[in-house]
Design a protein around this ligand. Sequence first.
Ligand SMILES: Cc1cc2nc3c(=O)[nH]c(=O)nc-3n(C[C@H](O)[C@H](O)[C@H](O)COP(=O)(O)OP(=O)(O)OC[C@H]3O[C@@H](n4cnc5c(N)ncnc54)[C@H](O)[C@@H]3O)c2cc1C
Length: 405
Amino acid sequence: MVRQRTVDVLVVGAGPAGLTLAAEVAAAGAGRVEVLEREERAGGIPRHCFHGGFGLVDLRRPMRGPGYARRLADDAVRAGADLRTGVTATGWAGPRTLELTGPRGIERVTARAVVLATGARERPRAARLVPGTRPAGVLTTGELQQAVHLYGQRVGRRGVVIGADPVAHAAARTLRLGGVEVLALVTDRPHHPAPTLTRRVPVLTRTTVTELLGRGRLTGVRLRHQDGRTTTVHCDTVVFTGDWIPDHELARRGGIALDPGTRGPAVDTGYRTAVPGVLAVGNLLHGVERSWFAAEEGRTAAARVLGHLAGDAWPGPGLPVRVGGPLLWVAPNRIHPRGPAPLLGRFVLRATEPLTPPRLVVTQDGRTLYRQRGVRPVRRGRQLPLRADWIGRADPDGGPVHITG
Ligand SMILES: Cc1cc2nc3c(=O)[nH]c(=O)nc-3n(C[C@H](O)[C@H](O)[C@H](O)COP(=O)(O)OP(=O)(O)OC[C@H]3O[C@@H](n4cnc5c(N)ncnc54)[C@H](O)[C@@H]3O)c2cc1C
C-alpha cells in the first residue's frame, strides 16, 4: 500500500538553494518542513567539489565544497527541517502531492508549499551529438568529481577536457589529482579563459571534437581545427564540461510551464511558478551560478513560502519577459509590475556572443521602459546583470516585456 502523508513545506533537492530555503522557513516556524535528496548525502554539487571558493559571501568564511555542504545541511536540520536522503521525487499525484521512492518504499506526500530545487546538470556526450563509438572513459565534470573525490576511483591515464567554461579548470584539476595527465583543453571558442591553467596545458581554440574512437575503452578523440585540418589525440579519458541544462524533469512532469530560454520553470521575481503553492529556486532556474547565488535565491524565496502559508493570495502568471538578439535567456522571467524586486534588485541574463560593452533595452508593446549601458565587456557564458527598477513602469494589462542586446 502506498503511504500517504502531509507536511507544510516539501523541498525537492538538498543543494545550497533547497537547504538554505529549508533552514529559513523552518527557523521561522513554518511547521513541518521536509527536504528530499536522491543522493545518500545532502549538499548538492559542493559535496564533490574539493576545492575552495565556497561560503565566503553567504556564510562569511572561505570553505571547501564538502565542508560547505555539511554546514548547510547541519543548519537546516538545526533549524528544524527533516532531511531525507536516498529519496527521489519521481512524479506528481496532485497539484502539490509528490510521489517519492526511497528506503520506505513508495510514498505520496502532500504539502501546502512545494519548492523545486533540483539543480542543473551538464549535457552528457549523447546529447551533444558527438559521433563515434560509445566506449568507457567519457565523463562529465560531475561524474569525474564523484568518481575521483567520493569513490576514490582511478579514471584513466591520459585525458582531454572539452569546453571553456570555468568548470573546465575544475575538471582539469580533478583529472590531475586523480593521477591523469591532461593532454589538452579543447574549445570551439577563440579564447580559453583559464590563464593559470593554460600556461601548463596545451589549449586548442577554435577546435571541435568530431569523433570519439575506441571499442570498450576510449582510445582517442578526433579533432577538427579552424583551418580544416583534423588530428587525433590518443587518450583514454575525455571530460565534457559546462553546457548546463536545468534538471527540469520533475517540473515538466508536474505540467509546470518552462521558460523557452532557460528551459527551467518560468518564475516571477518571488520565485513563484504559475501553479499555486509551487516555487522553484537555484540552478534549476538558470544553469550554473555561484553557490552563494543559489543559496540567496533560496533565502529570498523563503519569504514567499512563508507568505503563502500565511494566506497571501497567489498572483496570476504575470507578464512574460522575453529576450532577443544575442541574448539567450533571462531569469526570473515573469514580472508583476507591483511585485517584489528580484534578488539583489537585478535580473540575470546570458548572451550567445561577447557584448563589448553590453547595451540592453527593455520594451513593452513598442514602449521603452529602460536602457542600460554596461561599462565592462561581458564574455559569452558569463553573467550579465540587468537592473530591475523598471518593473513598476510595465503595464500590467500590456503584452510581454522584451529585452534586447
Ligand atoms: C565543477 C563545479 C565547480 C563549482 N565550483 C564552485 C565554487 O568554487 N564556488 C561556488 O560558489 N560555486 C561553485 N559551483 C556552483 C555551485 O556548486 C552551484 O551553483 C550550486 O551547487 C547550485 O545549488 P542548487 O541547490 O541550485 O543545485 P545542486 O547543488 O545541483 O543541488 C540540487 C540537488 O537536488 C537533487 N535532486 C535533483 N532531482 C531530485 C529529485 N527528483 N529528488 C530528490 N533530489 C533531487 C540533486 O541530487 C542535488 O543534490 C561549482 C559547480 C560545479 C559543477
